[in-house]
Ligand binder design. Structure first.
Ligand code: PMM
Length: 602
């Protein structure tokens, strides 16, 4: 790209904050879709809090602008009413604008443009270039915000059939110029306008590539040009064929195209951080931090003693036993697996008595941070004998209930730590009487209202209390769903109906693990199952907790629920092939996740 073009593009649009007016570099616009059906992220941000959290990630990664959309422009996508669209985007815009984020709103509706501008949005991104709503340009003129005027033809329903050009560059320029004249006639100032060729909007792949090669022609219209290539289907032409259907695998191509377009004006992208290396096929990158911070509530850490047969090959007589000590309890298994998956993990848990000290000591080698509260009665323990055919419980020392002060202390510790984390994982107490179920309801409520994703892996009354507070993901085993009274039986239809009811009542997504059968996933978009290779379990325990850890780490990395469940299903499946509960190797788990598919149920 010639210098002239770079200089001309650098004269940024008027109403932006000073820092963005003449930045001397390409501005990056991160995309947050608050819709259940966009081109490439499958609606993963269709939740106000999660959308806000994702936007904050994009800003932390370096996005100058966050583009919030409430209606999918995917070809053939159903349209939503302007009221529905506004209801989706407004809370996100208000929060981000209050935090000082430069917010753009992707809308073709004048009423939405007006309302979001009142709420603090500085940019209206109109993919129809004023063609959809005749009142749009007058609204933009009145509000004085930056107006991204994009080229399109027809509507999302009809645009594919209108991708017919003799000379795509000349025709797009002429049509954009006409739209620009119309906007100026309606009172829009020239310095409000950014033009956009509308890659993928009434364009075949060849049209997109041709336009990208001739951005200089568009710049001749005298305004900066925004390029939105991010993960679009035409990029699959430059990634290996086996990855063609994987939108995330298009990130490297997005980065390359975006770099070529830099200098023309802002670029619109879903993943803002430059990929450090080309995407590895089976690793599913998200928009979040590579090393997310996960806070795990572990109400009952316990000591696990296992007596196993001595190794005969080491020359010992066979009546000798191997004795193994492990830190255990559901929360600790989840935490260990989250560490294995590369997360920065803090465990909030009570420790007391001689066993508490021993467990905490053992954990200190596990690369996790412990936020301990005192536990006057002391932690519990299990002793198992593994030498027979069955795992025999030799002794069980259940821990007593936490007292009032200890509960308050645990609550405050979790609350403060979880607010500083990317995801909170709430695991249950064993026995349940150690912590009242209201504790779980309260912590889920408080974190959700603070906008934090919460993964709850609970049973019985604790699950019922948490479910009411709209956790991001509620994960239960099929037995737990029945025992908690959510379903009468554990057949697929009953479990699915129970999950659908919970999701209708506000649970973000419900995951039901089912021993050897594929886990069920129910979201507001529908029901599916996580299908992968069948493995022979060495020790079936720990699968569910490993799955919970994978889901939490996935969400923390910015993956959508479906991809997070793939990671979780892989962690669970591989964990049962090993002896250590909550253990596994990240590289293997992430590669195995590539073999798990999320199949929609009818
Ligand atoms: N692409 C999409 C949506 N909005 N806005 C502008 N200005 N330019 C684009 O290229 C653009 C856009 C469609 O992609 P998505 O649904 O995946 O966000």
């Amino acid at each position: 790209m010639s210098e002239r073009l770079v200089r001309r593009a650098a004269a940024g649009p008027g109403p932006l904050p000073d820092a963005l007016r003449d930045p001397g570099r390409t501005l990056v616009m991160g995309v947050v879709n608050v819709t259940p059906d966009s081109f490439s992220d499958g609606g993963q941000w269709f939740d106000t809090d999660v959308a806000i959290a994702h936007a904050r990630h994009l800003v932390a990664q370096g996005a100058d602008i966050v583009d919030v959309g409430g209606e999918s422009t995917r070809p053939g996508a159903a349209s939503v009413s302007p009221e529905q669209e506004l209801a989706r985007v407004l809370p996100v815009v208000e929060t981000l604008a209050r935090e000082g984020v430069v917010v753009s709103v992707d809308t073709v509706n004048a009423s939405t443009a007006e309302a979001v501008t009142d709420a603090g949005a500085l940019i209206v991104n109109d993919v129809s270039g004023g063609l959809h709503d005749p009142r749009m340009t007058a609204t933009v003129a009145r509000t004085g915000v930056v107006y991204v005027l994009q080229h399109w033809r027809g509507t999302p329903e009809t645009m594919n059939s209108l991708a017919v050009y003799d000379d795509v560059v000349a025709e797009v320029c002429a049509e954009l110029s006409e739209r620009l004249d119309q906007a100026l006639a309606a009172g829009v100032r020239e310095d409000q306008v950014v033009l956009d060729p509308g890659l993928g909007f009434a364009k075949e792949a060849t049209h997109n590539w041709t336009l990208l090669a001739h951005l200089d022609a568009l710049l001749e219209l005298g305004r900066p040009v925004l390029v939105g290539a991010s993960r679009k289907r035409f990029l699959s032409g430059v990634v290996p064929p086996r990855l063609a259907d994987e939108p995330l695998a298009r990130d490297a191509a997005t980065a390359a195209v975006t770099a070529l377009a830099a200098g023309a004006g802002p670029v619109r992208a879903r993943s803002v951080a430059t990929p450090a290396s080309p995407p590895v096929p089976d690793v599913v990158p998200g928009g979040g931090p590579a090393r997310p911070r996960i806070c795990v509530v572990a109400p009952t850490p316990l000591l696990v003693v296992e007596i196993a047969s001595g190794h005969e090959e080491s020359g010992q007589p066979s009546d000798h036993a191997d004795v193994h000590l492990h830190p255990g309890g559901q929360g600790l298994w989840v935490a260990r697996m989250a560490v294995s998956l590369g997360a920065d993990v803090t465990v909030c848990a009570p420790f007391g008595g001689e066993l508490g000290a021993a467990i905490a000591q053992m954990l200190s080698t596990d690369q996790l941070t412990i936020h301990a509260v005192t536990y006057s009665a002391g932690n519990g323990a299990y002793v198992f004998d593994l030498r027979g055919d069955d795992r025999e419980t030799v002794a069980h020392m259940p821990p007593p209930a936490l007292n009032r002060h200890e509960l308050d202390d645990l609550y405050g510790t979790v609350l403060v730590d979880a607010l500083e984390s990317d995801v909170l994982v709430v695991t249950g107490a064993e026995p349940a009487s150690v912590v009242p179920s209201t504790f779980f309801g309260r912590i889920v409520r408080d974190l959700r209202s603070a906008g934090k994703p919460v993964v709850a892996d609970l049973s019985a009354s604790a699950a019922r209390a948490a479910a009411k507070e709209r956790p991001t993901v509620l994960k239960m085993s099929h037995e737990e769903v029945v025992a908690a009274g959510f379903a009468d039986q554990d057949d697929t239809a009953s479990l699915r109906a129970a999950a659908e009811r919970l999701v209708a009542e506000g649970v973000g997504a419900m995951v039901v693990s089912r021993a050897e059968a594929p886990a069920l996933l129910v979201t507001p978009d529908g029901a599916s199952r996580a299908v992968g290779p069948v493995v022979t379990p060495l020790d079936h325990r720990g699968a569910g907790d490993s799955m919970t850890a994978g889901i939490a780490v996935g969400l923390g990395r910015g993956l959508g629920v479906a991809d997070a469940v793939r990671l979780g299903a892989a962690a669970g499946a591989l964990n049962v092939t090993r002896r250590g509960l909550g253990t596994g190797r990240r590289d293997q788990i992430e590669r195995f996740a590539g073999r798990i598919s999320i199949e929609e149920l009818d």
